[in-house]
Design a protein around this ligand. Structure first.
Ligand code: SAM
Length: 282
């Protein structure tokens, strides 16, 4: 008998992956967490039935959430990751010896437990001495803090369930206050392709644009997310992701990356016309 995992990406579109076996299944107070061994994508983490990470394409997401900001400001020393319980974002950050402190705030400890046990590919650096783990709501964590981080990476689920608060004006304003003068915020900015994702993409972008002087969404292609075409938002107080990119300095670090490079960095900010129109119309 064959065993398939299916995600309903929209009411009319589904993505299925053939499964070898289910490795983990637990309902936490926040959400349903499952890990599967797939035939094509290696291990797969799902939350509430939605794809979060697969071993085969996680490099796209984790390269793009991390290296764009790090190449724009190589002086980043204090980083906050919100969500990111699989550990992939922390893994990429730990590759920079210049980073002194990484705080990760994950609302659901069960995600970290599941990934430490079954997704070592991403969870492998959670014990780095620079990393502190906090199991609480990211929305609360950023309240009443001033100038404590140079970079905030919002590695969240979609704006439903516990992730909802991470797409609000209140949250983005608190992030602005938490950041230093050269601070950068990168957020999971959804996708322009299917209507329900596009709505959230526009809403998030409008809010951030009203709070941060610089707001520039950028794209990445990831096979297992709906439509394969997704955005991160780059927002900052001062630094421009293209004008301030120091490509030579980043390349001199000699970091080997499978998706990110400094040519792609520039190209990722060139958006298709329909996406520009959507963002401009807000
Ligand atoms: N790469 C993923 C994606 O976009 O599909 C994100 C994966 S990561 C596992 C998302 C994490 O955000 C989840 O583990 C979830 O528990 C966490 N999360 C959701 N809402 C949160 C909140 N309010 N505060 C902190 N973490 C939150």
């Amino acid at each position: 008998m064959e065993f398939w995992y299916t995600e309903e990406q929209t009411e009319n579109v589904r993505l299925s992956m053939k499964i070898k076996e289910q490795l983990y299944s637990r309902k936490s107070p926040f959400q349903q967490i499952d890990v599967f061994q797939t035939e094509e994508f290696g291990k797969l983490l799902t939350i509430d039935g939605l794809v979060m990470v697969t071993e085969k394409d996680e490099f796209v997401y984790h390269d793009m959430i991390t290296h764009v900001a790090m190449a724009t400001n190589p002086e980043i020393k204090r980083v906050l990751v919100i969500g990111g319980g699989d550990g992939g974002t922390v893994r990429e950050l730990t590759r920079y010896s210049t980073i002194e402190k990484i705080d990760m705030v994950e609302i659901d400890e069960v995600v970290v437990i599941a990934c430490r046990e079954h997704l070592q590919q991403t969870a492998c650096k959670l014990d780095d001495p620079r990393v502190s783990l906090y199991f609480e709501d990211g929305l609360k964590f950023v309240e009443n803090k001033k100038d404590v981080y140079d970079l905030i990476l919002v590695d969240s689920t979609d704006p439903i369930g516990p992730g909802e608060g991470l797409f609000t004006n209140e949250f983005y304003t608190n992030c602005f206050n938490c950041l230093s003068e050269n601070g950068i915020l990168i957020n999971q900015n959804e996708s322009p392709f299917y209507e329900h994702n596009a709505r959230e993409m526009k809403r998030a972008n409008t809010k951030i644009k009203n709070i941060f002087p610089i707001c520039r969404p950028y794209q990445y292609c990831i096979p297992t997310y709906p439509s394969g075409f997704w955005l991160f938002g780059f927002a900052s107080k001062k630094l421009d992701p293209i004008k301030d990119l120091d490509a030579d300095r980043w390349n001199s670090l000699g970091l080997k990356t499978k998706y990110y490079n400094t040519d792609l960095h520039v190209g990722a900010f060139a958006l298709p016309s329909y996406v520009k129109e959507m963002l401009d119309s807000e």
